[in-house]
Design a protein around this ligand. Structure first.
Ligand code: HAM
Length: 429
């Protein structure tokens, strides 16, 4: 066992898997552009208060899962970002983005950090892609971000996902509901587990999220937030549902869905995959109009967004066999040097091929010709180009198609021409 291992909850991504990441990232970049979202990159760490205020101090993320530290004794505490939304809103407010244009559509693919107990689909360093639509309070904005998210899943070929959706109403609705929930749970106080007892005082809505079967049984008869909504909140939710139906997006209303971050209001949603086991949430999001004010803005900034866990997305794709056709392309040509005295000539040829835009590999370790051939096959090169005495003398090269085993002798110009042919380029794929 090597002395150093990757830190628990982190993992390495080797080339074959990196190709899968690049493929998924490519689709995310293209679709976000198609929907008019532009990329934003924010710092990996922020002042700790940003997350305390933004995500909410009674949430699990802020209470237990942040990697926080103090860079200098008198300095302010900073935290590795556990999510992107608070940082994106901070950046937008800091740059006064909304004064330059009333609407901003931003997206990201970013690394995040949460001090959770590592298990399948749950890491301490993980990635999300997500989008945040700032400045529009219409249900259309919510429908827009959900549509984008579902379009990414569809374009990747995923199937069998479940979109659950709920409304959390406005602040007043939630206050009334909070009181009703406390009154409902109070008689069950002694039956509740420790986490729920704590939540009962600080954030009773979070009890609805409990995974404990005994608590779930009590939750089953709890009042529904939906019954505490005022008419405009109901109307807003119905419009979102209408837009989704219009776009053929299947959903299931889940009146108990609350989500683990405090900034949500009105619509909240989550997508799950039965392929994922215990950590089945692939992504989630919702509206968060009050976040800007929490972060010091003098007024609310209507906003909606979502984030999807990249690792879980890739796990689901793997389980559904969606990477089967995605083999990493082998280099097109392997320049094989027959004896070391021709190594310089081989290098010059490799350089000319690369300059002509042809992917080329060449041995750098003075290995035998047999070892070079073995390597060419291992990395799935499509052609071998031999460099030896005859080639050096005549300027004619033996080019072997490693798929058909056909071999021809050609000038370098003819070699370049063949390698530029569509059929040869096709072999790159
Ligand atoms: P979230 O539900 O906390 O939302 O995270 C979104 C997704 O990130 C999860 O559904 C999951 O796939 C992935 N994820 C979360 N924690 C881990 C982990 N420890 N390991 C692996 N994957 C993980 C948010 O973060 C919100 N900022 C979403 C949002 C954007 N709401 C509005 N805009």
């Amino acid at each position: 066992m090597p002395q150093y291992q990757a830190v628990k909850g982190t993992r390495d991504i080797f080339p074959e898997e990196a190709a899968q990441w690049k493929y998924v990232e490519g689709i995310v970049h293209n679709l976000c552009a198609l929907y008019g979202f532009s990329e934003i990159r924010t710092p990996v760490f922020e002042y700790t208060e940003l997350f305390q205020r933004g995500i909410g101090s009674t949430t699990d993320i802020v209470g237990k899962e942040m990697f926080s530290f103090q860079p200098d004794p008198k300095g302010r505490s900073i935290t590795l970002r556990p999510e992107m939304t608070a940082g994106v809103m901070r950046a937008a407010l800091q740059k006064n983005l909304l004064s330059s244009a009333p609407v901003h559509k931003l997206y990201y693919i970013s690394e995040l950090f949460r001090k959770e107990r590592p298990q399948a689909g749950r890491q301490r360093q993980f990635s999300q892609f997500g989008a945040e639509l700032l400045g529009v309070s219409s249900p259309l904005a919510v429908a827009e971000v959900i549509t984008l998210m579902m379009q990414v899943f569809k374009s990747l070929g995923l199937h069998g996902l479940k979109l659950r959706i709920n409304t959390l109403g406005g602040t007043d609705d939630r206050l009334r509901y909070r009181e009703a929930l406390q009154a409902y749970f109070e008689p069950f106080h002694d039956t509740l587990d420790e986490a729920s007892k704590e939540r009962l005082q600080k954030n009773p809505l979070r009890i609805l999220d409990s995974k404990n079967p005994a608590v779930q049984e009590i939750v089953a008869d709890a009042p529904r937030l939906y019954d505490f909504l005022n008419a405009s909140a109901v109307e807003e939710f119905e419009k979102v549902l209408f837009y989704l139906a219009e776009r053929d997006i299947a959903y299931e209303i889940d009146y108990r869905l609350v989500r683990g971050l405090d900034y949500y209001c009105h619509t909240a949603f989550e997508v799950t995959s039965s392929e994922l086991g215990a950590q089945d949430a692939l992504g989630g999001g919702g509206r968060y109009d009050g976040l800007a004010r929490e972060l010091g803005s003098s007024s609310d900034v209507p906003a909606a967004g979502f984030a999807v866990g990249m690792e879980r997305l890739l796990m689901t794709m793997e389980k559904q066999g969606l990477f089967a056709t995605l083999t990493p392309p082998g280099p097109l040509v392997y320049v094989i040097v027959q004896q070391q005295e021709f190594a310089d000539h081989g290098m010059q040829i490799a350089w000319r091929l690369r300059k002509a835009g042809i992917r080329t590999e060449i041995d750098l370790a003075a290995r035998s010709m047999k070892a070079q051939m073995r390597e060419a096959n291992r990395i799935r090169a499509s052609y071998a180009l031999f460099i030896g005495m005859t080639e050096q003398m005549t300027g004619l090269y033996s080019l072997k198609n490693l798929v058909t085993s056909e071999q021809t002798t050609l000038s370098l110009e003819a070699v370049l021409e063949i390698l530029h042919e569509p059929a040869a380029r096709e072999m790159l794929k």
